[in-house]
Design a protein around this ligand. Structure first.
Ligand code: NDP
Length: 244
């Protein structure tokens, strides 16, 4: 039996891109997935697709800017399936722009979603993981934090903050909890949709030329999840071969 079979995996940002691909792959491999995002109709359609294929899925409208929503997602996992094995902190936005543009509200939005959203997930799941005696945090960061490029500064800073807190969490977690960070490179998703037009054009051009599909990242997440309990995969980087 696969180590994924029967695991209860909650995923934030499950309504598109990497989160959606992860839900589909893990459900196909026997996980019970608990889907969170703001677009409820997308979650509903995804859950229906998973169930039609013989899988199990629950969903709840989840805005990671609201701490109570993360608690609600963890509660849903426990109420529906009796436990939570994994929380994938995937919800994120990439409002990239040069610092000179002073898009301060967008900086704050990225801090709220990309960093505080992950912290709220930890606040919701950590006490439950402690009580259960097992649990796995998988946080999605970015290669933007490994090779810093202009215009991605604040985005990269939020991602590297999550990298740092994940390592601190790993050290505090003790011998029964696992913590993994996955750094995707350019991946074909809807991430560019909310970018300013000039940035969007540039990113979409690169996406068309070199981006990898989101299930490439889902497979990396599955690799971390499927390890036996005593094996903690710390850090995975998955990028297009052609990415600088
Ligand atoms: P998508 O835009 O396709 O997916 C982002 C997801 O996050 C959506 O499901 C969206 O759902 C959700 N989301 C955004 N804001 C919130 C919020 N406030 N509360 C809850 N959910 C939210 O992009 P990706 O799949 O690419 O993004 C997934 C993660 O991967 C992000 O953390 C991103 O930074 C990271 N990443 C992506 C890369 C890429 O090249 N695509 C590269 C490196 C990292 P909804 O709008 O329904 O709430």
């Amino acid at each position: 039996m696969s180590e994924i079979e029967g695991k209860v995996v909650a995923i934030t940002g499950a309504s598109s891109g990497i989160g959606e691909a992860t839900a589909l792959l893990l459900a196909e491999r026997g996980a019970k997935v608990v889907l969170g995002a703001r677009r409820l109709e997308r979650l509903q359609a995804l859950a229906a697709r998973i169930e039609k294929a013989g899988g199990q899925a629950a969903y709840a409208r989840t805005d990671v800017k609201r701490r109570a929503d993360l608690s609600g997602l963890v509660d849903l996992a426990r109420d529906r399936y009796g436990k939570i094995d994994v929380l994938v902190g995937n919800a994120g936005i990439g409002l990239i722009s040069p610092l000179d543009d002073l898009r301060v509200e967008e900086w704050e939005e990225m801090i709220d979603v990309n960093l505080k959203g992950v912290l709220y997930g930890i606040a919701a799941a950590l006490p439950v993981f402690r009580q259960q005696g097992f649990g796995h945090f998988v946080n999605i960061v970015s290669t933007a934090g490994l090779r810093i490029v202009p215009s991605q500064t604040v985005y990269a800073a939020t991602k590297n903050a999550v990298r740092t807190l994940s390592e601190g969490l790993r050290q505090e977690a003790g011998d029964s909890l696992r913590v993994t960070v996955v750094s995707p490179g350019l991946t074909r998703t809807e991430l560019a949709d909310s970018m300013a037009p000039e940035m969007k054009a540039q990113i979409l051009d690169s996406m068309t030329k070199i981006a990898i599909p989101p299930d490439a990242i889902a497979r990396a997440i599955a690799f971390a999840v499927e390890q036996p309990a005593g094996v903690d995969v710390g850090d995975i980087v998955v990028r297009p071969t052609a990415q600088n």
